[in-house]
Design a protein around this ligand. Sequence first.
Ligand code: SF4
Ligand code: SF4
Length: 359
Amino acid sequence: MLTAEMIKSAALAAGADKCGIAPMHRFAGAPREMDPRLLFPEAKSCVGFVFRIPRGVQRGIEEGTQFFQYPSMAYGGINEIFAPQVLYQVGKLIESEGYEAFVYRNTGARGAVSDMDGAPGNTISPEEQIEVNDQARTATAHHRSVQFTRPVRPGNACPDLQFHFRLAAVACGLGEIGWSKLLLTPEFGPLQRVAFLFTDAVLEYDEMYSGKPLCRRCGACVRECPGGCIPPIGSGKTVRVEMEGKMIEWADTDMWKCYAYYTHAGKYYNPFVPREVWEENRDGALDLFSKEDVKADEHEVVKVYGALQQYFPSWVGYNMAKCGGCIRGCVSMLEKKGGCLEGRFEKPLRTGKAWKMDR
Ligand code: SF4
Ligand code: SF4
């Protein structure tokens, strides 16, 4: 008989770092276009897998000496290689026992609503729109949402249905969502990515996390964001979701602004773009980085990409991270006294002051 224990053992043996299981009813209340219960209506259980991000892949950004390893190893490596292998192995176990395993690896920008801001309809993906504009005029740009999707029959949601990964991780008892909107786990703080599968097997379920709060509400993520994308603690600018009586709340981060800063970082944190380019700000393309009243949206971010793409180091299939400020600030705080990462490493991630270019 298939048990939760068998699934968890197989997950860890295949390379996952943690596994938790939720009953599907925990997703009650999810917006229809993001409700995972519609993916596989017979599913009874959601199995969540955690894949740790080695702290060392942040080292290059922390030192300002190497920016490639984080997006390639932690985004590309986990999403494209490590997690699918585990999904495949655990899925085989489940199906060998006579149940179905709907594996769901990490993907973005495929849903009926934008994965940036939840807007319905067509929202563009700035970097790929640029490519289409410049090089492949007959190709279709990749989007943050799909353009012409329709339900295939009455009662269905539009394909491709994407659900909220971090909330699903909370449902599976894997951790909590921090003020930064990052998933925090007791074992790895903000350093992980996740993947899921849905099965019609009824299993033993994990409780949602109810230990000491993982987020210290310290505000390091707010302070270390180069773009000021995360509202201050206590600002009241939050997103609140209730799941089985548990109130989950995180800062209502400006996701489009983060899109620009995460990949381009701004004058003081991007060593690949000459200072003169920031200062010249040709055609106002970089207004987003210098003018408070410029609202971040897809069109503003397309302008940023257009102006800075020639300075972009080689692509890794994923955007090259330039900041990672919130994640490193968070690790640093959680390693301090009383944080969930205290004592995890012989030496803390940060031993001096975080760098900022003098220009
Ligand atoms: S990834 Fe960078 S730009 Fe985005 S919220 Fe975190 S610190 Fe800010
Ligand atoms: S940096 Fe502090 S406030 Fe931000 S998510 Fe981490 S623990 Fe929470």
